[in-house]
Write a protein that binds this ligand. Structure first.
Ligand code: DAH
Length: 345
């Protein structure tokens, strides 16, 4: 009996070491220690022995079982480590990998448009500023000469944030609040453009998205006139769209400018002859502009007797759509690779 136990104990390390997977190890363990295993079979015979041989056999049995347990545990740890290493190697991601050719990503059309606009304006001597997307009522409305009960508030379908007193914190509905921040944070002369993301309570359709982008412009200096505004927009138009595209201004209304105007450019599709894209007018509407309202200057502590300025603001997504002849703004935000691939950069 003891010889059998000792023999099994002596063979066990070799058999355990030979198991090359966790499954094989489980099988070897069952053969040695399991209910139907070799040692269990011998154990049944121990009870029938005389007291002293029974004690001896019992001791040998316990020793061998303990040794086998330890060897199995050691082997299991080694096999688990090896399997983990294989999994890690298989699932490894090389974040520095450079994918060649067509699979290469590119900047989104909105980002490309943003970058180009900033390029053109910095080339004209403007600085670039950005402001927060969550604004207070003061920056988005009050300081821009749009008091609470003013009917002009209806021009912006506002998304309010549930913070502080009701309707005091909001997602900015335009980039115009950045004008206020630029004038509060710095001193004139100011020549700045302010691109950014804006939000409105709008249902998405071919020409609207609840989230879109604008670029704002602000000039405040001594003796700035409406002629400076018109000249600046005309220079920008030819720099951005090319020399065959011109601009015009039409009277309009915005609470923060007086006088205010609508800024149009020649239709990019027909260059002014009239076509489907411009509804045969030859013109496309780009955005709003005007002379900074004296109340706005006063709100930021500037004396309208000393300083005058102009401002403009237009939709960046709309501009990209017109430039590339895309007829549905939603295309910009579906993430469809077939659309995105058409604008590599
Ligand atoms: N903030 C206006 C809007 O979102 C656009 C605008 C109009 C901006 C006239 C201006 C401006 O700076 O002078 O509808």
């Amino acid at each position: 009996m003891i010889d059998d136990i000792t023999r099994i104990g002596a063979e066990a390390p070799g058999r355990i070491a030979a198991a090359s997977t966790l499954d094989e190890l489980r099988a070897v363990e069952a053969e040695l220690l399991g209910k139907k295993g070799e040692l269990t079979a011998l154990k049944k015979g121990i009870g029938a022995l005389e007291p002293e041989p029974r004690r001896q056999a019992g001791l040998a049995m316990n020793e061998v079982r303990a040794a086998i347990d330890a060897a199995v545990a050691e082997r299991r740890a080694a096999l688990e480590a090896a399997e983990r290493a294989v999994t890690l190697a298989a699932e490894r991601l090389d974040l520095t990998e450079v994918v060649g050719g067509r699979e290469r990503g590119s900047l989104h059309l909105v980002t490309q448009t943003w970058d180009r606009l900033v390029d053109v304006f910095t080339g004209m001597g403007f600085t670039v500023a950005e402001g927060p997307e969550v604004e207070t009522d003061w920056y988005n409305f009050e300081a821009l000469n749009i008091p609470a009960a003013h009917p002009a508030r209806g021009m912006w379908d506002t998304l309010y944030v549930d913070l502080g007193d009701p309707e005091t914190v909001l997602l900015r509905t335009h980039t115009s609040p950045v004008q206020i921040r630029v004038m509060t944070d710095g001193e004139p002369p100011i020549y700045a453009v302010m691109p950014g993301r804006v939000f409105r309570r709008d249902t998405a359709d071919a020409s609207h998205m609840p989230v879109f982008h604008q670029i704002e412009g602000l000039v405040v200096d001594k003796g700035i006139s409406f002629a400076d505004l018109a000249g600046t927009l005309e220079s920008f138009t030819s720099a951005y769209f090319g020399g065959s595209i011109h601009s015009r201004l039409r009277p309009s209304y915005f609470p923060f400018t007086e006088p205010s105007a609508e800024y149009d450019i020649n239709c990019l599709n027909c260059e002014g002859r009239g076509c489907r894209v411009c509804a045969n007018t030859g013109w496309l509407e780009l955005g709003g502009c005007g002379m900074v309202h004296p109340n706005v200057l006063r709100n930021v502590g500037l004396d309208p007797e000393d300083w005058t300025g102009f401002a403009f603001g237009f939709g960046l997504d709309r501009l990209a759509l017109m430039r590339h002849g895309v007829d549905d703004i939603r295309e910009m935000y579906t993430g469809d690779v077939r659309f995105l691939e058409q604008f590599p950069a």
